[in-house]
Design a protein around this ligand. Structure first.
Ligand code: TYM
Length: 332
């Protein structure tokens, strides 16, 4: 079975609809057909200041949400990044393979750091994509299911894998991004020119999966729509309506064309009312399943420990090969 690997940050508390539709939904599908590794990337979260207790709680919360969304520990390997120390170990080798200019071109770093000023920006935020390179290469992943905003990081991973293989001989699988055209970028409900995101969106622009259904319904009903009244998918002319159509189509497994037909002659209000209902119908059981996992932290922790053990078996082997290739003396 081909292998997939992906990760999600625990920082946000509740996942949002962009995380789910852009990434997690594909993770669930891929665990059926692939050898799948999924992790909560707590080390990546440290690139911005975190309250220690909150980080710990959010790490469990992230794992609980992944399970509630449909990851099955019998079908995939679910773990916490910091439980597998090989990530940071391989990351050092990867840092030494990466050009400073190459790292400086990462647009996510530029976006995030420009908001903080350079004295408050950590070096970790700068090297963050290189830790991600290590995450992926450590598991010899063939594909990496993510949203569009991660494409550049996968491209960096490919370049570094090829460079390493070229210099030291075949060592790493060169991974492909797995990004769905339809849902790779879910937009902010208030500003459909930007992606839905914890850091950039206003609270009204973002649907958190753990929010009260009423709050989400209200946000959907006040989503920015476009001039005119026709419900049709048109990313250029009607980005707001197109975003709502994408979300509805994905959550109900319906084609966009079919939805356009269904809403022909109807107003934006009808679309929003239906979408609000679909989202809250989806979110209600998700919320209660998440809570059930949180209510039993011992089971959750032991499940994550098992996941880390399985992940580590793979990680140890890749790291040993990489250490050997670059010429580190084995400690015997
Ligand atoms: P993170 O935690 O920011 O986001 C998790 C996943 O959600 C996707 N996503 C979206 N997809 C569509 N529309 C949106 N509006 C939207 N917002 C977020 C992201 O693309 C991502 O797939 N660097 C990664 C975590 C990471 C990782 C890895 C991923 C660390 N190591 C190794 C893959 C492989 C991140 O910060 O994702």
């Amino acid at each position: 079975r081909p292998r997939v690997l992906s990760g999600i940050q625990p920082t946000s508390g509740s996942f949002h609809l962009g995380n789910y539709l852009g990434a997690v939904r594909q993770w669930i599908a891929l665990q059926e057909s692939h050898d799948a590794f999924y992790m909560v990337v707590d080390l990546h979260a440290l690139t911005l200041p975190q309250d220690p207790e909150e980080l710990r709680a959010n790490t469990r919360l992230a794992a609980a949400q992944l399970l509630a969304a449909g990851l099955d520990p019998e079908r995939c390997t679910l773990f916490v990044q910091s439980h597998v120390p090989e990530h940071t170990q391989l990351s050092w080798l990867m840092e030494c393979m990466t050009g400073f200019g190459e790292a400086s071109r990462m647009t996510q770093f530029k976006d995030k750091s420009s908001k903080q000023g350079s004295d408050r920006t950590s070096v970790g935020l700068f090297t963050y994509p290189i830790l991600q390179v290590a995450d992926i290469l450590l598991y010899q992943a063939h594909q990496v299911p993510v949203g569009e905003d991660q494409r550049q990081h996968i491209e960096l991973t490919r370049n570094i894998a090829e460079r390493f293989n070229g210099r030291y001989g075949a060592t790493f699988t060169v991974p492909e991004p797995y990004i769905l055209r339809e849902t790779g970028k879910i937009y902010d409900l208030q500003d459909p020119a930007i992606k839905m995101s914890k850091s950039a969106s206003s609270p009204k622009g973002i649907i958190n999966l753990l929010d009260e259904p009423k709050a989400s319904a209200k946000k959907i009903k006040s989503a920015v729509t476009d001039t005119g009244s026709e419900i049709r998918f048109d990313q250029e002319e009607k980005p707001g309506v197109s975003n709502l159509l994408t979300i509805l189509a994905t959550l109900t497994d319906t084609g966009i064309a079919e939805l356009e037909q269904r809403y022909a002659g109807k107003g934006y209000g009808a679309l929003k009312t239906d979408l609000a209902e679909i989202v809250s119908d989806w979110a209600a059981p998700f919320r209660s399943r998440t809570q059930a996992y949180l209510d039993d932290p011992e089971t959750l922790d032991s499940l994550l420990a098992k996941g880390a053990e399985k992940a580590r078996a793979v990680a140890v082997e890749t790291l040993a090969q990489a250490y050997d290739k670059v010429g580190l003396l084995p400690s015997k």
